[in-house]
Design a protein around this ligand. Structure first.
Ligand code: ADP
Ligand code: ZN
Length: 292
C-alpha cells in the first residue's frame, strides 16, 4: 500500500510517496511561496499516485484539536500568507483521502519512534535547533498535544552571567530560541553559525543553554531518549559539550541507566535526515487506521 507524506516547512515543502515500511519511493521539494501558488503544485504531485492517505508534519503553530472548527489549520504563524490556512482541508478536498496532521517536530519524533533510535520507547523528545527551536514530545507512547502542542523551544532561560546578549525572540527575548537558534548565534557573535566553528566560546555558551533546556525537559518529562537535530547540530563539537553540561546540571540528583550512558541518551537523529518525512508518512498511516 502507498501513502503520501508532506513535510511542510517555512522555506520548502517536501512531498513524498512511501510504503508501510517507511521506504520513501519518490520525493520532490517545492519552495514555500503562498498557498495559492504552492498548494496546487503539491496536490498535482500526489494526484494519481494511488495513495491511501496523506500525513502532514507542519510548521506551526497549528490547530490539532479534533473538536475545534479550525482543526487542521495553520493558525497564528508569522508566515503571513499561511496564517489561518486550512492546509488539511485543501488536501482532503483535492485528494479525497484521510489526512493526518501534526507538528513538524512531532513528525520527526514519530519517525524516530517508528523506524529509528527511539523505537520501542514510550517517552522521548526530538529537539531541532535551526532557524527556530522546536520540540516534539512522545509521552506514554503518544505524541503530546495537550491544550495546543508543546512549544518547548520558547521556554524562558536564565541568562548566563557572562552573556550580555538581549535575545532574539520577538515574544520573549531570552527564551531558548531567542538565545540558541541559528539566527540568535549569528546576531550575538556577528557571523553565521557555520562560520564560527573555530570559536570554542560560541559552542560552550550554546551547549550551556541547550543543556539547561534539556535538563528541564529531563526533570519534567523523564524522556528515555533525547534526539537533537537541525542545522546548528551540524557542529560536531556541540554534542559532547551538551552532554557534559547536562551531567553537571543534573548533578547526580537522578540515577538512571540512561543518564549513566549519555552517549546513547542524548543523540543525533538516526534516519539520515529522513525522520521528518518518514514521520509524516506514519501520520498518514495512523490516520487511515483511525478512520477505518
Ligand atoms: P530550518 O530550521 O529552517 O528548517 P535548519 O535546521 O537547516 O533549517 O537550520 C538552519 C539554521 O542552522 C541556520 O540559522 C544556520 O545558521 C544554522 N546552520 C546550518 N548549518 C550549520 C552548521 N554547519 N553549523 C552551525 N549552524 C548551522
Ligand atoms: Zn520565544
Amino acid at each position: 500500500m502507498l501513502f503520501g507524506a508532506l513535510e511542510a516547512g517555512g522555506t520548502k515543502m517536501v512531498c513524498a510517496i512511501g510504503n508501510e515500511n517507511g521506504e520513501i519511493l519518490e520525493r520532490i521539494s517545492i519552495p514555500t511561496e503562498t498557498p495559492e501558488i504552492t498548494m496546487p503544485r503539491m496536490a498535482e504531485f500526489f494526484k494519481g499516485k494511488e495513495i491511501a492517505s496523506l500525513g502532514i508534519a507542519c510548521f506551526g503553530p497549528i490547530d490539532l484539536n479534533r473538536s475545534s472548527e479550525t482543526y487542521g489549520y495553520i493558525t497564528t504563524t508569522p508566515k503571513l500568507p499561511w496564517k489561518n490556512y486550512d492546509i488539511c482541508g485543501y488536501f482532503r478536498k483535492e485528494l479525497n483521502i484521510p489526512v493526518g496532521f501534526d507538528t513538524d517536530v512531532n513528525g520527526s519524533m514519530l519517525g524516530e519512534a517508528t523506524w529509528g533510535c527511539a523505537k520501542g520507547l514510550d517517552t522521548a523528545i526530538y529537539i531541532t535547533i535551526g532557524t527556530g527551536v522546536g520540540v516534539g514530545v512522545m509521552a506514554g507512547g503518544r505524541l503530546l498535544h495537550g491544550m495546543l502542542h508543546p512549544e518547548a523551544g520558547h521556554i524562558l532561560m536564565p541568562v548566563r552571567s557572562d552573556d550580555t546578549y538581549a535575545g532574539k525572540c520577538p515574544y520573549h527575548g531570552t527564551c531558548l530560541e531567542g538565545m540558541a537558534a541559528g539566527p540568535a548565534i549569528e546576531a550575538r557573535w556577528g557571523a553565521p553559525a557555520k562560520e564560527l566553528a573555530d570559536r570554542p566560546e560560541v559552542w560552550d555558551l550554546e551547549a550551556y543553554y541547550l543543556a539547561h533546556a534539556l535538563t528541564s525537559y529531563i526533570m519534567i518529562l523523564s524522556p528515555q531518549k533525547i534526539i537533537m537535530g537541525g542545522g546548528v547540530m551540524h557542529q560536531t563539537q556541540l554534542m559532547d559539550k551538551v552532554r557534559a553540561y547536562v551531567k553537571e546540571m543534573v548533578n547526580g540528583y537522578l540515577v538512571t541507566k540512561e543518564l549513566e550512558d549519555l552517549e546513547n541518551y542524548i543523540v543525533l537523529p538516526s534516519l539520515d535526515d529522513n525522520q521528518g518525512i518518514m514521520g509524516a508518512l506514519k501520520l498518514g498511516m495512523m490516520e487511515l487506521e483511525l478512520q477505518k
